[in-house]
Design a protein around this ligand. Structure first.
Ligand code: FMN
Ligand code: SF4
Length: 453
């Protein structure tokens, strides 16, 4: 493995060059091979540096939202495969690439898949080799939702066809060491949760299932299954080629590498930006053309994240650990700036109503609790909230948090409770004076019209 990047200045520089998004258009197979060469398969050579060791050393964490250490997931699948006799056998383990990108304010996976499909496909086959997989699936959403984000990438239905073509184009060069199947998944927000993807591949509905066993132990086709976000897999492809030390040249010690971040709302140039992890959030906003419409707060991490007032951004670093310490999250790389003219309580009420509508309806606390939570948030934003209403939100929070097969209830309850804490003064004003005209501002947070599976 070399230590050099493809051009020495591989992350987003002033010319828009990035490690993951090297230019504006699609990097086809010929251009991809010119830029990076073929994927460095180890072919089980004795003494070959293990890709998993490199991923560990690189400190790569998942880019799908939770930020879990990728090396640990790879090892868990290898170990489960060994225990079940799947490693190096005909049946093997399974790799699932999660490119569904359900988070409504995120466009980075669509941009990555449409611009750098072969980096993701390389990551899939290299990860498959590392964990002994004999089948791989690339999951994307089947239908385009409404609620477009300004500056957002291509619509969802445009992805499946080009990705299948990209897979076929590699076959002649022998780059697909394992079969790659593109799967278009139906439904809404929770259909891209990892157990929902596994359930769908197994012939069921795209709805989450209770764990354990986790997919890493028993997933698709009852085999140990690695589910990894597409950006994580693209990073695996880079680490395999250029090594852990090169990877760590971007980012900081606690969050190495770059991240694709979708910036939207009150900025001059909304879109997807590739930046070093650990860079300043304010620098990212400057990269997106700077603030517009006098922003009052930032939603960091999407609907699993939280609001931060603009003052909280001073010196704040863009990474999962840093944003978590500040009370938000990086999530799948989502930053939404809320203009001063919009009401944060009304925005959150819309988002919580959207999340309640995305419930797969199979877990009691989620099915029964989220509509109550959504109703409370509506009354807080559009009515005159009293102590009873604020108490009800806390009660529902306690009842639903951590009580579903997936984390949808945690997301809705966390967003609601966090909003009431961050915008305490707004809540008081609504309680004393009723809602202000800002509740009529066009909705900033997207709530696409998705039908749950
Ligand atoms: C409701 C819900 C929706 C999710 N949607 C996505 C998604 O669209 N894309 C994604 O990569 N991960 C999504 N996840 C996280 C996946 O379950 C899984 O953790 C992730 O794909 C693992 O990849 P990573 O470790 O590379 O981040 C979702 C999780 C939940 C709870
Ligand atoms: S927690 Fe809600 S969305 Fe998640 S599986 Fe249960 S019912 Fe479905």
């Amino acid at each position: 493995m070399g230590q050099q990047g493809p051009d020495g200045t591989t992350r987003q520089d002033q010319h828009g060059q990035g490690r993951l998004l090297p230019g504006d258009g699609t990097v086809d197979l010929a251009a991809h091979l010119d830029l990076h060469g073929p994927p460095p398969f180890s072919d089980g050579r004795p003494g070959a540096v293990s890709l998993i060791d490199q991923v560990d050393k690189a400190g790569l964490t998942g880019r799908g939202g939770a930020g879990f250490p990728t090396g640990r997931k790879l090892r868990a699948v290898v170990e489960a495969g060994r225990r079940g006799g799947a490693m190096h056998s005909q049946v093997g383990t399974v790799v699932v690439a999660n490119g569904a990108e359900s988070e409504p304010a995120s466009r980075k996976d669509r941009q990555l898949l449409s611009q750098s499909p072969h980096l993701v496909l390389d990551g899939m086959v290299l990860a498959a080799e590392a964990v002994g997989a004999t089948r791989t699936y690339l999951c994307v959403h089947a239908a385009a939702p409404g609620g477009a984000v300004q500056g957002g990438g291509p619509p969802r239905e445009a992805l499946g066809g080009p990705l299948r073509e990209a897979v076929v184009s590699r076959e002649r060069s022998g780059l697909n060491r394992v079969p790659i199947q593109v799967v278009e998944i139906p439904g809404g927000y929770v259909s891209s949760q990892e157990t929902a993807l596994v359930n769908l591949i197994n012939g069921g509905r795209a709805v989450p299932t209770f764990v354990p066993p986790r997919p890493a132990v028993r997933g698709a086709h009852k085999r140990p299954t690695l589910v990894q976000n597409v950006e994580t897999l693209a990073n695996i492809a880079l680490i395999a080629r250029y090594g852990a030390d090169w990877f760590r040249q971007a980012g900081d010690a606690e969050a190495p590498g770059t991240a694709l971040v979708t910036v939207s709302g009150a900025v001059t140039s909304p879109g997807v930006y590739e930046v070093d992890l650990g860079s300043r959030v304010t620098d990212l906003i400057s990269l997106a053309g700077g603030p517009a419409a006098d922003p009052q707060a930032v939603l960091a991490g999407g609907y699993f994240g939280g609001w931060l007032p603009m003052q909280a951004l001073a010196g704040l670093r863009l990474s999962q650990p840093s944003l978590r310490r500040a009370g938000a999250s990086l999530g799948p790389g989502v930053i939404v700036l809320l203009p001063a003219a919009a009401c944060p309580l009304a925005e959150t009420a819309h988002a919580v109503a959207y999340l309640a509508g995305q419930s797969a309806g199979q877990c009691g606390p989620c099915k029964l609790g989220l509509p109550v939570l959504a109703e409370c948030m509506q009354r807080i934003a559009f009515g005159r909230p009293g102590r009873d209403l604020l108490g009800s939100v806390q009660q529902v929070f306690a009842l639903v948090a951590g009580r579903g097969a997936c984390h949808l209830p945690d997301s809705a309850a966390g967003l609601a409770a966090g909003t009431l804490a961050v915008f305490e003064a707004e809540v008081r004003r609504h309680a004393e004076q009723g809602p202000c005209p800002r509740v009529n501002h066009p909705q900033v947070l997207p709530a696409p019209d998705l039908v749950p599976a």
